[in-house]
Every structure is written in C-alpha cells, then in structure tokens.
Design a protein around this ligand. Structure first.
Ligand code: CA
Length: 230
C-alpha cells in the first residue's frame, strides 16, 4: 500500500511539474504582450530632460517647460512638422513665455544631413540672431526639391546665408569644409544616443517623449500637465 501511495504521489508531482512547464511560457508571453501594449500607449518618461546648453533656442530662457525637437534637415516629416505644427506651438506656448524650444540635429541621411547641420551650426555660432530664419529657410528649400537628391549644394547655402544672415557665405562654406563645428554635432549625437532617438522629428516635452509629434492634442495636454506641475 505504502509503495502505491508513493507512486501516486510521484505521478501527481510529475504532473504538476509538467503542467507548470507547459503553462508557464504561455503566461510569460502574455505578460510581455501586455508590457508592449502599455509601452505603446504611454509617453516614454526619462529621468532627465535633454541638456540644451549650447543649442539654438527660441522663447524665454526662464520658461517653466522646455521642448526639444530632434530633427534632420533632410527629413520631409520634420519639414512638414515645422510648417504645420511649429507656428501653432509658437503662438500657443512659446510666445506666451510658457515654453522654451530647442533644436538638436539628428543625422539620419548621411553627408547631406551633416552638411546642412554644419551650415546651421556655423550660422548659429557666428550669427545666433539669424539662426531660426536660416533654419526655417533650409527646411523650406527641401520642399521645392526631391529630398533624396543632393539639394544641400554650396549654391543653396550661399543663397540662404546671403538672404537670411549678415554673414559672408564663403565663411560658412569654409566652416563646412573644415568641419569647424563638428564638436557641436558630436554633442548632438550624444543626446541622440542618450534619448535613443529612432525617428525624426522626435519631440520631448521636459523629460517626456511624445508618442506622435503630429498629434497636437497630445502635445498640448502634456505641456499643460507639465505647466501645472511647475
Ligand atoms: Ca546642436
């Protein structure tokens, strides 16, 4: 009798172990799916906001909320965002003193991205007051052409520097050639790595990464939440 009892106990224990092994992968799979779903629907929150020291900014230095755009002059979505959403953001929050806006270069399109960014850093460092005009003009120049073509030519840079800044265009071209502001691009790249930038434009409101930069309601909601907390 005793032996039978032990045999039954062993069989039950084996069944329990077997069930555990069979069911457990299913459970953990379910859990990981749930985790992915919740990550998809909540803005990613970082420990810190990006350090914007040395970056071009617009708006009040003492504004309670900081927004950082990670953008690429070669990126059509960035150009569209700048045209459709930036003016609204500027009117609603930047001009009112609630938000300071900063732009960080993301170089997703190789040499042309780098050339445009080096030109912009050169203008920013030598004529900061002309930076935003030059910045918007560069994005507008993209729209008149196929963004995959090599549209960031010396001729275009010369034309934009002459039109939008008081700088000598040959100085800016020299800065591009000599990579005079490569250190600035390295600082930008470090920020891209720190915040794991995968797409442009990426918008961070303080330390919160907006899920969809083309959802102005989300942008407005997060800004207002951050203003309430400030
Ligand atoms: Ca920069």
């Amino acid at each position: 009798m005793g032996k039978k009892f032990i045999l039954i106990l062993t069989a039950v224990a084996a069944l329990v172990v077997l069930l555990f092994i069979v069911l457990n992968p299913g459970n953990s799979e379910e859990e990981s799916v749930l985790e992915e779903t919740s990550q998809d629907t909540e803005p990613q929150v970082f420990e810190n906001s990006p350090d914007i020291d040395g970056q071009p900014t617009e708006g009040d230095n003492d504004a309670p909320v900081t927004i950082v755009e990670f953008g690429d002059f070669m990126c059509p979505a960035c150009s569209a965002w700048g045209e459709e959403y930036y003016p609204q953001l500027k009117g609603d929050f930047i001009d009112t003193g609630d938000v300071q806006f900063a732009y960080v270069n993301t170089l997703f399109h190789g040499e042309q991205s780098e050339k445009a960014a080096l030109a912009a850093e050169s203008v920013f460092n030598q004529a900061p007051e002309a930076y935003w005009d030059f910045h918007h003009a560069l994005f507008e120049a993209q729209e008149s052409d196929n963004h995959h073509s090599e549209w960031v030519t010396d001729e275009l840079i010369t034309e934009l520097v002459d039109t939008h800044t008081s700088l000598d265009a040959s100085d800016v071209l020299e800065d591009i050639e000599n990579q005079s502001f490569q250190d600035e691009l390295n600082i930008d790249e470090a920020l891209n790595v720190e915040f794991g930038i995968q797409l442009t434009p990426t918008i961070l409101i303080n330390n919160r990464m907006i899920e969809d930069p083309f959802d102005y309601d989300e942008i407005r909601t997060v800004i207002n939440e951050e203003l309430e907390e400030s």
